[in-house]
Design a binder for this molecule. Structure first.
Ligand code: ATP
Length: 267
């Protein structure tokens, strides 16, 4: 759903099953926001859904995926905006966009408003601050305080950041709940490799998948996806263009362990 060029829902449905590993985060999110959004009548008072949730951790670890899955699993409308698209606005423009965003989100509530790189909008560095970004920040904090108070339902603001220390105190206080999204550990990487590999035919054995998961220490989910994408081209690279144009889809050789080794060497 497109409201304007900056506020976009790509329509991609993400469920918890699409997210490999991150079991702790999923459990926390279920209890903290999904059940409360589905049954606001049960989750009142101390149990009420928070207005702000901060997801922090290294890049490419699935923060955006979690935001989308929260929205899908709770049946909320998803709105997504990147801080950098707001902060590049002329004075008054960014502010207006924030207002519109929250007005529409509240109209379509329950909603999830996902703000990527939230640190760049809510930074504490005074040196970066100009009139436009100061006004955006103020408007955003006002909206964050007001969001969820409307009669119709809840607006959950999810901020994602790799640099939580850059957030200013007023902003940090608004994100009452903060969840660390770590790099995947070895079992997490194994799980993610298996999830990614179901998309194409491959000939990797269990042992080879485990070996790969051990050899990719420090890789994020996004890094692993890039690795799998590159390896998946392996069978294509060994063909001539003529062969590729004439081969039947079911005759394409499976992705093999050697293709992963080649991609790992190349990266
Ligand atoms: P950034 O901080 O760079 O915006 P992010 O933490 O929001 O990154 P995502 O955009 O959610 O990361 O993840 C990038 C891509 O990596 C996803 O589209 C997905 O393909 C893959 N990915 C990362 N983590 C996982 C995971 N746990 N399960 C499945 N896919 C994952």
């Amino acid at each position: 759903e497109k409201i304007n060029n900056e506020i976009v829902d790509d329509g991609q449905k993400v469920t918890f099953d699409d997210i490999a590993g991150l079991e702790n985060a999923k459990n926390t999110v279920n209890e903290l926001v999904i059940y409360p959004m589905k049954r606001p009548d049960l989750f009142t008072g101390l149990r009420a859904c928070p207005k702000g949730l901060l997801l922090f951790g290294p890049p490419g670890t699935g923060k955006t995926l979690i935001g989308k899955a929260i929205s899908y699993e709770s049946g909320a409308t998803f709105f997504s905006i990147s801080s950098s698209s707001l902060t590049s606005k002329w004075i008054g423009e960014g502010e207006k966009l924030v207002k519109t965003l929250f007005a529409v989100a509240s109209y379509r509530s329950p909603s999830v408003v996902f703000i990527d790189e939230v640190d760049s909008m809510l930074t504490q560095r005074k040196s970066d601050e100009n009139e436009a970004s100061r006004r955006i920040k103020t408007e955003f904090l006002v909206q964050l305080d007001g969001a969820g108070n409307d009669r119709k339902g809840h607006v959950l603001v999810i901020g994602a950041t790799n640099l939580p220390q850059e957030l200013d105190d007023a902003a940090r206080r608004r994100f009452v709940k903060r969840l660390y999204i770590p790099l995947p550990d070895q079992p997490g990487r194994e799980c993610l490799l298996r999830t990614l590999l179901v998309k194409n035919s491959h000939s990797l054995t269990d042992k080879e998948i485990i070996k790969l998961s051990r050899d990719t220490d420090g890789y994020s989910g996004a890094d692993l996806k890039n690795l799998c994408t590159d390896a998946s081209m392996g069978p294509m690279r060994s063909m001539t263009v003529e062969e590729m144009m004439s081969i039947k889809a079911n005759e394409v050789p499976p992705i093999a362990y050697k293709h992963f080794r080649q991609s790992l060497r190349g990266s």
